[in-house]
Design a protein around this ligand. Structure first.
Ligand SMILES: [Mn+2]
Length: 331
């Protein structure tokens, strides 16, 4: 199958990795897209004679993500359980890029990168496949399609689930390419399994975070802000940001939760004229950092940044002022 608009060099990836110890490293606190993409890549490489180990740092935070791992039989190993990783070993970063704040630098050599996020800090990989699209799983699916590697039902289902989760059911950041890969996977996947997994993503603890966000939501014209005063998994903050964006009057949502002496942000945009990544980057400049896609972005305020912010009498007001100011600036 010829995947349109992209000259895939999958053979070059196989040649690069062959006869090396290969690790597929996701971003820290891996989400369904990262884990399913790593799993799909592991199956693809395995079918082409390259063994690999999926690894990560941080935690697998959500019950639904843990369930997904069990359901698909994904073996993902925490870095603490890999004491023998050597500098000469090869790492392929999946759904993540070297030098980003969301990925820990492991001992191995980052020779390749498969990701769908914009590049923050460029890195010279021997093999790089970075395409801006809705899900890393779409890119991985294209390796099967392009190389005519057999795709089994379980792997197809995992990849489709990753696409569905990362694009919020094809509502967020989705491109023609994601749809093309969806069509390809849909024929092979267990769609009933996807429906049942997709409809059971919420945990009772999540509702406390939703409750607090709803109670303190502030709306400035078309921008909705909500703060959560306790730490939440990234995926949950993102879900709440999507939820706030669902309000009729809100076109840009900024949700932030306490994290390690600072705040963790999730920003969502549904307009054609704002850029969530640029706005977040500008708003958090000097007090932390952030960035991301047109429709979705993330960021943090560091403990040092908090000190700076606390010179203002109302920290939340100052955060809102920074975002509104960033929106006003010309792109
Ligand atoms: Mn992703």
């Amino acid at each position: 199958m010829e995947v349109q608009g992209y000259d895939m060099e999958w053979k070059r990836l196989i040649d690069l990795l062959k006869d090396h110890m290969v690790y597929l490293q996701t971003h820290n606190f891996p989400d369904p897209d990262a884990l399913a993409a790593a799993y799909g890549m592991q199956v693809f490489l395995g079918a082409n004679g390259v063994d690999s180990i999926i690894c990560y740092a941080g935690k697998i935070e959500k019950n639904s993500t843990r369930r997904m791992i069990e359901e698909f039989g994904i073996e993902a190993v925490h870095i603490d359980e890999l004491p023998n990783m050597a500098e000469a070993d090869y790492i392929v970063t999946i759904d993540a890029q070297k030098y980003n704040s969301n990925i820990t630098d492991f001992p191995g050599d980052e020779v390749a990168c498969i990701d769908h996020h914009p590049t923050m800090v460029p890195c010279n990989y021997a093999y790089s496949d970075i395409r801006i699209c809705g899900a890393c799983c779409s890119i991985v699916a294209s390796y099967f399609a392009e190389s005519d590697t057999t795709l089994d039902t379980n792997t197809a289902t995992a990849l489709l689930y990753g696409i569905k989760m990362d694009t919020d059911s094809f509502n967020r950041g989705v491109t023609d390419f994601d749809i093309e890969m969806f069509a390809y996977l849909h024929k092979l996947a267990d769609n009933q399994k996807i429906v049942s997994m997709y409809n059971n993503n919420m945990e009772i603890e999540d509702l406390h975070a939703y409750g607090e966000a709803i109670r303190n939501i502030q709306i400035y014209e078309n921008v909705g802000f909500a703060r959560i005063s306790f730490d939440c998994p990234d995926g949950l903050i993102a879900m709440i940001s999507d939820f706030i964006l669902g309000l009729d009057v809100v076109q840009l949502s900024v949700v932030y939760a306490k994290r390690a002496g600072g705040y963790k942000f999730s920003v969502r945009n549904e307009t054609a004229h704002y850029h969530a990544g640029t706005i977040t980057q500008r708003a958090l400049e000097g007090i932390g950092g952030g960035g991301g896609h047109f429709t979705m972005a993330g960021g943090v305020i560091t403990p040092e940044g908090m000190k700076e912010l606390q010179s203002h009498s109302d920290v939340d007001f100052e955060i809102r002022r920074r975002f509104l100011e960033a929106i006003k600036q010309k792109e």
